[in-house]
Design a protein around this ligand. Structure first.
Ligand code: GLN
Length: 372
């Protein structure tokens, strides 16, 4: 396993003094009150270990949010675990359930931590291609890839890096498949609130058939502009949560205590914060796309996430790693080559740009991109 592309590209952005649209993180402030809440809890002395499953007040707020957003009840005691980042939850869910020789269905492309986690668990990733421009799932192909060794399928909607979003019909197909073959589901929903153009996010938690065999993973980093706080949660039925916690207790044991208290306060005080996120990020997506209109970059559809794929075949035919290198070193903008998310990259000329940035950052970046 090499070094992740996010480390590589953010380092290069710094080296070259480039605008960093590579690694996904906002360059604007936390929501009002959140930082103050953290300072308050640190000052109040909440600086020792939390319970292994997470601070109860936060787990209760998470259960309320799930009821509000997805219309279902989860027990904060035995179905919700607070984790230091969704990455840890993904790792623990896979370690807890995938054994030597088990197969796990992943899509191609997919987020870069899934496959290494499967391999570390002794499993084998079976990749199913998602094809541009919409990167939709070919469910027939998925069904054809299931074998007696298939243990789990990993879905991710909204999808990093492509920005595609699953619809109700996709979850219908998934339901049939997992019922027929007794599969587990790992549902990475960290971008649940970043869905645009009036579309809805379809969570596995809202589907009893899926919820009873799924680990659903979420991240406060995305919803609260706080990727550096590295805090998220995993929701799974009690039997799966028990297995999950057996691994979690020996990977990190707990998430950071005062952060959990601050998040609980914020969720109680501003439950509607998440309702504003689609319009907030959609405006940024639209601004970035508008600024690039008429340039040699071609924007692909972006239904969700804070990532925009740009096709550069109108500029040149270099492979995407070389193009990203040239872009950061000669033109001052860092982006992510999409081929790194693939096991078998097709001949794509695509780079991924993060638009979770202040408007003025997007304007400056677009100016540089439009000169190419
Ligand atoms: N998820 C973020 C991205 O896709 C980065 C996460 C990381 O740096 N590991 O850019």
């Amino acid at each position: 396993m090499g070094t992740t592309i996010f480390t590589v590209m953010s380092r290069k952005a710094e080296e070259h003094g480039a605008i960093n649209l590579s690694q996904g993180f906002p360059d604007f402030a936390l929501p009002a009150g959140l930082g103050e809440a953290l300072a308050r809890h640190v000052a109040a002395g909440r600086n020792q270990y939390a319970p292994m499953a997470g601070v109860l007040a936060l787990r209760e707020q998470i259960a309320l949010k799930i009821a509000r957003c997805h219309g279902c009840n989860v027990d904060p005691d035995d179905a919700v675990t607070v984790v230091p980042g969704a990455t840890e939850a993904i790792f623990c869910a896979i370690m807890a359930t995938v054994g030597a020789g088990d197969e796990v269905i992943l899509f191609d492309p997919s987020y870069d931590s899934y496959e290494p986690s499967v391999r570390l668990a002794g499993g084998r990733a079976v990749r199913i291609p998602l094809l541009p421009p919409d990167f939709a799932i070919d469910w027939q192909r998925v069904a054809g890839a299931v074998t007696p060794r298939t243990r789990m399928i990993v879905i991710n909607s909204p999808h990093n890096p492509t920005g595609s979003v699953l619809g109700a019909a996709d979850l219908d197909r998934l339901e049939k498949l997992v019922q027929e073959h007794g599969l587990l589901v790992l549902s990475d929903e960290v971008y649940e609130h970043l869905v645009y153009d009036g579309a809805a996010h379809h969570s596995v938690l809202a589907r009893p058939v899926l919820a009873e065999r799924a680990f659903a993973v979420f991240s406060f980093g995305k919803t609260l502009h706080a990727t550096g706080w590295k805090t998220g949660y995993c929701v799974a039925p009690p039997a799966l949560t028990r297995e999950f916690r057996r691994v979690h207790q020996f990977v990190t044991f707990v998430a950071v205590t005062p952060i959990q208290h601050a998040l609980a306060d914020f969720m109680a005080e501003a439950p509607a914060h998440v309702d504003l996120l689609p319009a907030f990020y959609q405006a940024k997506r639209d601004l970035f796309r508008r600024l690039l209109a008429g340039s040699r970059w071609r924007a692909l559809p972006c239904a969700g996430t804070y990532f925009q794929l740009l096709d550069y075949s109108g500029i040149g035919d270099a492979d995407d790693v070389a193009m990203a290198e040239e872009l950061v070193s000669r033109h001052g903008v860092a982006a992510i080559p999409v081929s790194v998310f693939y096991e078998r990259p097709p001949r794509l000329r695509l780079l991924r740009f993060c638009f979770a940035k202040q408007d003025e950052t997007l304007v400056r970046a677009a100016e540089l991109l439009c000169r190419i």
